[in-house]
Design a protein around this ligand. Structure first.
Ligand SMILES: [Zn+2]
Length: 659
């Protein structure tokens, strides 16, 4: 057996292993497969890094959220001389091809792979030809339907591991910070035979607290006060992309150095945000849980949950990113009992029903890509992904490459799909949410509650959480945050180089009186004078020297009044080539909405030079604005194109209408 102490010292520069690391590495080297359940910050990655060096060949690490791994890769190669690469969808094909070439030539020691890559027929075939000695499954709870975070893309992993094992002498290392007894059992069943190493879930340096609020404005005020009292780096987790933007914008206005981060941002921007945050260019980041394991920042002093997470396991994992350097850190949950509804919506949208399975099977009677299936069925996009993965596993669907596209086709297998997995999932998610809400309302030691829930037998009260100290976070009342929230222009997302980020006056999510009034009287005539004034002010702020290009509309009665009110040069050369078949609001998901308007806008004459404000009454999926920008660009427009609308609405997915 290789001398792992020597590897630790000469390659990694450490004198000794932390608790549990040596045992795990020795078990792997002696040929055992292993499931390690231990808290974040206990050096799980060192287990596979040392093993990778000791075993030679290639170690494949399957992990979600690889987009942010760039720094870790650099670190591995510079500091430890371990050649590592990654394949994931946030990299462009050239970067992925480069990694593939290096791995094929045997130049890599560690290959990080996004689980979605295993869904690709071509990728799977390629992987099976490599000299893989160790397969690491990070966030292993994702493979279990009993886990809080089961992912359809993880289901290929069990099969992949079995196939590799048949072929060669290969070890499996499954890692997770959170697996209760049932989840652990399920992981073991899927990866059997495998041994379990479980460590204490205590994080003694994290002080937990819960602060009850009512309404989003209260949350904003509380976060402002919190950031004033906390001087270290903070991660603020939000449940939705929109909330990350609101939180960051409000706190910036209050003078804090903070940015927003979510999966909907362009890859380059995400990369820059990550490196700026790691470099300390701003102190706090408001993020969805898309910012996960990649955030390799040991000195986070606080993890604040702005919205309640869906389960204790999810919460423990996220809050565990605080204080990985062992110094004192805070885990704060900002709790509004109404947040339950957001989580219930998440549970509902991921939950397929029998008719969804029929719809996907019918749509796949002819070969279709995943986007085409979404468009054809009109289902919520998450459900299509879930249902497709399940139908493949149950052999009702097959997948293959046609030219460079991966398509799905019904296999002709008769009978109905077995949906018991989704009944499990629904039970797990509902119970998980109930337990999380009980934590939020609880009066017992918070760390003890978490540890007990995660099956930690040795748990005792921590002595320093809110309830242990009898501490309640109080908040002074003032209406400024409410006013700001009600009157805040909302972001209209940009799209690549086609469309810059713009603004809308009203947001359907907040259901303000002005929004409801505008939508109700939209077709009748001019908007209220104060709405027109606000729109004109917004336009001047977005582009004082821009030309306004209104989108054609037959249903907006106030269009002429709005154009006139802006007081900027106007150009009206945009028209429908033919009217779309359906109104966007009556369609079922954004893939249908994009198809509904594709190629239908035309430009008469030569577009104006310089910046353009694209004006419309409201925007939902953004598909029409993109088409307008596309048409203008095609007609030779080269300047910036910025959308401005009176309202931004959020369409339901899988059903018609506004959320
Ligand atoms: Zn306590």
């Amino acid at each position: 057996m290789p001398d792992i102490d020597q590897i630790l010292e000469t390659r990694f520069g450490f004198q000794s292993f932390r608790a549990g690391q040596r045992e795990a590495i020795q078990a792997l080297l002696s040929g055992q497969d292993l499931l390690c359940i231990q808290p974040t910050g206990h050096g799980k990655s060192l287990i596979y890094q040392v093993s990778a060096v000791a075993l030679g060949g290639l170690t494949v690490v399957i992990s979600p959220l690889l987009a942010l791994m760039r720094d870790q890769l650099d670190h591995l190669s510079r500091r430890f001389r371990i050649a590592a690469g990654t394949i994931n969808s946030d990299q462009d094909e050239t970067e992925n091809d480069e990694t593939i070439a290096r791995a094929s030539k045997g130049e890599l020691s560690i290959l990080f792979l996004a689980p979605e890559q295993l869904d690709r027929v071509d990728r799977l075939a390629w992987l099976q030809g490599l000299d893989i000695r160790l397969l690491v499954i990070d966030e292993a709870h994702c493979i279990s339907t009993w886990g809080h975070d089961f992912r359809p893309s993880y289901r290929e992993i069990g099969r992949f591991a079995r196939r590799l094992r048949e072929r060669a002498d290969m070890r499996v290392l499954a890692l997770t910070a959170t697996a209760d007894a049932r989840t652990a059992q399920d992981i073991c069943k899927q990866l059997a035979p495998i041994e379990v190493h479980r460590r204490s879930m205590d994080r003694p340096n994290i002080s937990l607290n819960v602060s009850a609020v009512s309404g989003f404005a209260d949350k904003l005020r509380l976060l402002d006060a919190f950031l004033h009292s906390e001087s270290g780096c903070c991660l603020l987790y939000c449940a939705t992309r929109e909330n990350t933007e609101i939180v960051a914008e409000y706190l910036q206005n209050q003078g804090h150095s903070i940015a927003a981060y979510h999966a909907g941002m362009p890859p380059e921007r995400k990369k820059r945000l990550q490196s700026d945050f790691l470099a300390g260019d701003f102190r706090a980041i408001a993020a969805t849980n898309a910012l996960g394991m990649g955030i390799d920042k040991a000195d986070l002093r606080a993890v604040v949950h702005v919205d309640v997470p869906g389960s204790i396991t999810a919460y423990y994992q996220e809050v565990g990113r605080a204080g990985r350097d062992g110094l004192p850190a805070t885990g704060l949950l900002v709790f509004d009992p109404d947040d339950r509804r957001i989580q219930e919506y998440f549970i509902h949208s991921a939950q397929p029903v029998p008719s969804d399975f029929d719809a996907v099977r019918d749509a796949a009677a002819e070969p279709r890509t995943i986007t085409e299936l979404k468009r054809a069925t009109g289902l919520h996009p998450t459900r299509v992904t879930v249902v497709v993965a399940e139908l493949i596993e149950q052999e009702f669907l097959g997948k293959e490459m046609q030219k460079r596209r991966q398509v799905y086709t019904a296999t002709g297998r008769a009978g109905r799909a077995d949906l018991s997995r989704y009944q499990n999932q629904h039970t797990v998610r509902t119970q998980g949410l109930d337990a999380m809400l009980a934590y939020a309302r609880g009066t017992d030691c918070l760390m003890h509650t978490l540890r007990e829930h995660l099956g930690d037998q040795e748990s005792t009260p921590c002595g320093h959480c809110g309830p242990c100290r009898g501490e309640v976070l109080e908040l002074e009342s003032d209406g400024a945050a409410d006013d700001w929230l009600a009157n805040r222009p909302v972001v209209v997302p940009g799209y690549l180089k086609l469309l810059a980020e713009g603004r809308a006056l009203f947001d359907s999510g907040r259901r303000s009186g002005s929004f409801v009034d505008f939508m109700r009287h939209r077709s009748a005539g001019p908007p209220r004078p104060e709405t027109l004034r606000a729109l004109a002010a917004l336009a001047k702020k977005l582009g004082p020297d821009y030309t306004v290009v209104p989108l054609p509309s037959s249903t907006w009665g106030g269009r002429a009044a709005a154009i006139a009110a802006l007081g900027l040069p106007i150009w009206t050369g945009l028209r429908w080539r033919t009217a779309p078949d359906a109104r966007q609001g009556t369609l079922l998901n954004n893939d249908q909405r994009r198809a509904n308007v594709r190629g239908l806008l035309a430009v008469d004459g030569t577009p104006p030079e310089g910046g353009i404000l694209l004006l419309d009454d409201y925007t939902g999926s953004g598909a029409t604005l993109r088409e307008a920008a596309r048409a203008l660009k095609k007609a030779g427009h080269e300047g910036k194109r910025v959308p401005i609308t009176v309202a931004r609405v959020r369409w339901r997915l899988g059903r018609p209408g506004i959320v």
